[in-house]
Design a protein around this ligand. Structure first.
Ligand code: AMP
Length: 524
């Protein structure tokens, strides 16, 4: 017996099946409705973006970019791949193969010159150069070329060399890939803002997105390699704290709508380009003094990204971190005023929050306002939303001076928290199961199914005849609310018997009454 491979979803990815998918759709639909009530419009973004977009915005020193990005060999290498395809296609013809090899080597040499070839490929490339030289010399003799082309068996050494070169060409690998599966979407929104000249549009641009993100993290509860986010961004000329407050209000209204209420909102200000660099330097100096007491990761971050030390969850480091200088004592006047006004705005909107001076967020692009929402019931991965202000990011990506603020909600974790809290709403489900028996009743069953579906009900019509008992048993197992019984008696009398499965209550209806009754039930 041959053993067949059992395919499984790739590590860190998963399927969302019905009925869970109904919960996901409801969650996303509620976000659309709430966000649109705040005049946000949906932006649909590509999942693939240039690697450099994330390196420049999120930061090449961050874990997200340096360790966790899924990259693909794309665009920049497409030409090389096409040339390699031509090599394979021309193995029968010594002259065409040699010509294709010449072009392939030219492209490879230029990739090597710009450091895009993996080091291990060096010897393969050298071998290809010798193969090219040899083939070129051999086919320079017109007689040999004609023979080798027309009667390959007369020059097996040429054809062997061609096949060998083709195999070596397949081994060439590239070091710097060009495209990445997006690890987050703020950078993409900014890229799109610039690309479509959106600063020329009236007012602030208020955009939301929904979709999968990809990070090669260690999978665990609430942490996946393909996960889903719902995000919103405001881009424009103003950095008024009222914008920050409105974004937070919208976020909490949404969480309220979906029953995600056991949450805490943390806010902080991490300063801007005028005050943060001095604070970071001060922090670095203080950290250097206690370096020996810190673990390896934090020690390294003293030099690379000292703010990230504040993110540390390591118990032994906590007392040390508590003694470090706090950004709130080092904000410049403008940042201090901005933060004070934000808190005033939050109070005006009756939004509960906690200040957390250690909330610096992992990404490079944040300025001033940062925030995070945590939810109960999730263990260590308890952040369900993160966000902040990123004035200057659009400019960094080559666009005009622009202010920006936004957040990303983690859908996977939010749904886990809603489920753990027992707040799952009752959604849709099967309304009517049509239990028909006898071929004479089949046309009536098909007809009424179509009408009920047109009235917006979810209807299951068994494709094959079944005994009533079996049919009603299946209706029960499928969780239908009603079974509509159509037998020969019903057809003869022009009636339908509707059985409510919860209490077995049974009523007879004519077609018009039946539609009316079920429609009014649906609205209840
Ligand atoms: P971030 O972009 O890192 O600020 O993430 C925003 C939100 O996305 C977090 O608060 C999480 O809820 C969610 N999130 C981030 N990474 C993952 C992951 N690997 N798996 C599931 N959810 C994630």
């Amino acid at each position: 017996m041959s053993e067949r491979k059992q395919f499984r979803a790739i590590k860190g990815t998963r399927d969302i099946l019905p009925p869970d998918s109904a919960l996901w759709n409801w969650f996303e639909q509620t976000a659309r409705e709430v966000f649109e009530s705040y005049n946000f419009g949906e932006i649909r973004l590509p999942i693939l973006e240039e690697v450099d977009l994330f390196a420049r915005s999120v930061g090449s020193d961050t874990d997200i970019v340096s360790k966790e990005m899924f990259t693909l060999e794309l665009r920049a290498f497409q030409e090389i791949y096409d040339l390699r395809g031509q090599l394979t296609d021309s193995v029968e013809s010594p002259v065409r193969f040699t010509g294709s090899l010449f072009q392939f080597l030219r492209a490879i040499d230029s990739a090597r010159a710009s450091d895009r070839l993996s080091r291990e490929s060096g010897s393969a490339v050298n071998q290809l150069h010798s193969a090219y030289k040899e083939l070129n010399e051999r086919i320079a003799d017109d007689r040999v070329l004609a023979e080798a082309t027309e009667r390959p068996e007369t020059h097996p050494e040429i054809h062997d060399r061609i096949r060998q070169a083709e195999a070596i060409a397949m081994e060439v690998r590239f070091s710097r890939e060009a495209a990445a599966l997006r690890p987050e979407a703020t950078a993409s929104v900014c890229r799109a803002y610039i690309e479509h000249n959106m600063q020329a549009l009236p007012g602030n641009q208020k955009l939301y997105y929904i979709g999968p993100m990809f990070r090669r993290e260690r999978p665990q509860k609430g942490r996946y390699r393909q996960f889903y986010q719902i995000g919103a961004e405001v881009l424009g000329q103003s950095d008024a704290p009222a914008i920050d407050a409105e974004v937070l209000e919208m976020l909490l209204v949404f969480f309220n709508h979906v029953g995600l209420t056991r949450t805490t909102l943390y806010v902080n200000s991490i300063g801007d380009k005028n005050c943060r660099p001095q604070y970071v330097e001060l922090l670095r100096e203080e950290l250097r003094k206690v370096k020996d007491k810190l673990k390896e990761d934090s020690q390294r971050r003293i030099e690379t990204n000292p703010l990230r030390v504040l993110d540390s969850k390591i118990p032994e480091e906590q007392p040390i971190i508590e003694t470090l200088p706090r950004i709130s004592d080092h904000l410049c006047d403008d940042c201090r005023a901005h933060f004070a006004k934000l808190k005033e705005e939050l109070n005006l909107r009756r939004i509960d929050y906690k200040e957390n001076w250690r909330l610096v967020r992992g990404l490079d692009y944040y300025t001033r306002t940062t925030f995070e929402v945590t939810a109960e019931g999730l263990g260590s991965q308890n952040a369900v939303c993160g966000g902040g202000r990123y004035d200057g990011l659009v400019e960094l990506l080559g666009g005009p001076p622009t202010k920006g603020i936004g957040f990303a909600i983690g859908t996977d974790r939010s749904i886990l928290s809603i489920e753990e809290g027992g707040n799952v709403p009752k959604l849709g489900g099967l309304a009517v199961y049509i239990a028909w028996m006898g071929q004479a009743s089949y046309p009536t069953a098909v007809n009424i199914a179509k009408k009920l579906r047109a009235a917006g009900l979810s209807v299951e019509l068994p494709p094959e005849e079944m005994k009533f008992k079996k049919s009603l048993g299946l209706a029960d197992k499928l969780g239908a609310r009603y079974a509509l019984i159509i037998g020969e008696d019903e057809v003869a009398l022009g009636t339908f018997t509707l059985k409510r499965l919860a209490d077995s209550d049974q009523k007879k209806f004519a077609e018009g009454e039946l539609l009316e009754y079920l429609e009014s039930e649906r609205r209840r």
